[in-house]
Design a protein. Structure first.
Length: 230
């Protein structure tokens, strides 16, 4: 490949379902929010089974909550969600096996690592600090506190622009279709993380290629598709 390919490769990681398994905190806080919504609004929303809410992990919550209570009440449900998520749910979370050693190895190889998540950026920083993962990343990018810049394509575009990263030299690693679609919308490549919550079919349809089964197989997959850093 030509000169542009010799620049250090930039690797963008999703957070929920890719770096950490955040399902327990998200699901438990959503169930809390639905119960509180019924209590405070005199509503009678059905309380779903926890296992039926896995789809909430990854996409922007406001959009997902609009499907549960309608767009007019999504912000109210989000406020109730944060009652529990901010003090408790945020750390009902765990780092996937193999992530730390993979990040260490990629850094040692000269790769530039970033986080690109639809989670509010201040939450992402708290989580990454708590699990001692922030040290691996050049920068952490997430949704703005006011709810703007929440789509994955917007977050990736902002990251690329602010850090002078050429899309052709960037790869997005994530477990949901939003990660792959956001990368492709910006001209970057996408790798599907099958250890998270998106299915093989979802990721493949969104254009993720390759699909990787475990974090410890990421380096080999990236080596097969990308030039070494210059």
């Amino acid at each position: 490949m030509s000169g542009a390919a010799a620049a250090p490769l930039s690797i963008l990681f999703d957070l929920d379902g890719t770096l950490t398994d955040s399902r327990p905190g998200i699901v438990n806080s959503t169930l809390h929010a639905l119960r509180r919504f019924n209590e405070t609004r005199g509503a009678n929303l059905p309380i779903p089974l926890a296992e039926s809410l896995t789809y909430l992990v990854g996409p922007p919550l406001r959009a997902s909550f609009a499907k549960l209570v309608g767009p007019d009440e999504a912000d109210a449900l989000l406020k109730l969600y944060r009652e529990r998520y901010e003090p408790v749910g945020i750390f009902e979370n765990s780092v996937y096996p193999g992530i730390v050693s993979t990040l260490e190895a990629l850094g040692a190889m000269g790769r530039r690592l970033f986080v690109a998540t639809s989670k509010p950026e201040h939450y992402a920083r708290r989580i990454l600090d708590h699990f001692d993962l922030s040290r691996f990343f050049v920068a952490i990018h997430g949704a703005a506190a006011d709810g703007t810049r929440s789509g994955k394509s917007e977050i990736i575009a902002d990251l690329l622009e602010r850090h002078g990263v050429r899309a052709a030299e960037a790869v997005m690693i994530g477990d949901r279709e939003h990660d792959a679609l956001g990368a492709r919308a910006n001209g970057a490549r996408a790798v599907g993380a099958l250890w998270g919550y998106g299915s093989r079919e979802e990721l493949r349809a969104a254009g993720a290629d390759p699909l990787v089964a475990q974090p410890d197989r990421l380096i080999a997959a990236l080596d097969a598709m990308l030039p070494p850093p210059g």
